[in-house]
Ligand binder design. Structure first.
Ligand code: FAD
Length: 335
């Protein structure tokens, strides 16, 4: 591991000043992604700015119409928070199916959003990888790509975003808040991650010296009827091959009034299916023709590789199952 410095600022101003003065520095939260990547030499910051002592960034708060989660809140604390479980059960589900209990106790929400791809070629410095070293090529195209992206890929990169929480956050119209050299700003969660295009090394909107301070999401019928379904090779401690984040507002007779859908495991970004609201509004969740149209819109433009075409039928089945689960839960409460 390359030698590095370590500082532990006590205020956000100090943390931002340190980041400004040290362009190669990285913020350290739980360290469950960063330290791994430093050990393998994939990330080589010269300075770690430990943000764990910054005041107020671990709060989880509920107002009448919104949920606010600080960037330093731990995954397990968010998952078990009564307000989150009641107002956005899908968000809690997305955290509980991620990683392991120990990791969730360490890992922060900010770090979770910023976790890096699990593509084996990105994580192994012996192989060319445009994301790790721009211009060297993509070993995954034609290589081991079983768990990589089928949507939004480019000729330069087919890595996928592996996280769960960000997928549910994107479906729930979440917003990510940042602070940095040019002041505070907010971006919609569905636009926080970038598609690879010709610059796969640029993964998110986070600019030099910027810190993620937290996320917010509106609460209401949509968030209260939310569900996260994760499909994976084994039932714990495994990343998604496909995941589905769904939220729907139902009429008294079970018809859908409004809906949101996002997919995980399939692209470099949480894949928000924008036509979902228009396709599902006024329909019943068990309507076969509606489901077929939804699946077609969701997977439009998919470009599977040699090893990951299985994700398409898996995604088709998962979308239907997630919707049915949500509708069944709603029907149970109605009767
Ligand atoms: C074995 C294993 C299995 C896993 N399985 C899953 C899974 O199934 N689903 C899933 O979603 N995740 C999974 N993860 C990923 C895990 O959730 C992330 O490692 C974790 O959430 C990262 O949070 P952290 O606080 O440890 O981040 P860190 O490792 O501290 O930081 C990660 C990155 O974010 C940056 N950063 C951290 N906080 C901030 C901030 N506030 N502002 C700006 N930059 C910041 C760091 O500089 C670094 O680049 C798994 C991880 C492991 C090791």
């Amino acid at each position: 591991m390359q030698p590095f410095g370590y500082v532990e600022p006590r205020t956000s101003d100090e943390a931002l000043r340190l980041a400004r003065e040290h362009p190669d520095a990285r913020f350290l939260a739980g360290g469950t992604t960063l330290v791994d990547l430093m050990k393998s030499g994939v990330m080589q910051p010269t300075l770690l700015i430990d943000v764990n002592r910054l005041p107020g960034l671990d709060a989880i708060g509920l107002t009448e119409d919104a949920l606010a989660i600080g960037a330093l809140a731990r995954m397990s604390d968010v998952a078990s928070h009564p307000g989150v479980r009641e107002q956005a059960p899908g968000l809690s589900e997305s955290l509980l199916v991620a990683a392991s209990g120990q990791l969730r106790n360490m890992a922060s929400i900010g770090g979770n959003l910023l976790q890096r791809t699990r593509c084996v070629y990105f994580r192994d410095r012996h192989f060319p990888c445009n994301k790790r070293v721009p211009g060297t090529g993509c070993s995954a195209i034609g290589g081991e790509n079983r768990n990589l992206a089928v949507l939004g890929t480019s000729e330069h990169c087919i890595a996928n975003y592996p996280g769960d929480f960000a997928v549910m956050l994107a479906a729930l119209d979440g917003v990510v808040h940042l602070d940095g050299p040019s002041g505070a700003r907010s971006v919609v969660a569905a636009g926080f991650h970038y598609l690879p295009g010709g610059t796969p090394e640029i993964e998110t909107v986070v600019g030099a010296g910027e810190i993620v301070t937290g996320v917010t999401l509106p609460t209401g019928p949509l968030s209260r009827w939310s569900h996260y379904l994760k499909v994976r090779d084994r039932s714990s401690y495994e990343y998604a091959s496909v995941s589905v984040a769904v939220a729907a507002e139902f009429a008294g007779d079970g018809t859908i009034l409004d809906a949101r859908l996002a997919l995980g495991g399939l692209a470099a970004v949480p894949w928000r299916v924008t036509p979902a609201a228009a396709l599902l509004a006024g329909r019943r969740p068990d309507d076969a023709r509606t489901l077929a149209r939804l699946v077609e819109a969701a997977l439009d433009g998919a470009r599977p590789q040699t090893g990951n075409a299985y994700k398409l039928p898996q995604a088709r089945a998962a979308i239907g199952r997630a919707l049915r689960t949500l509708a069944d839960r709603h029907a149970e409460v109605r009767t």
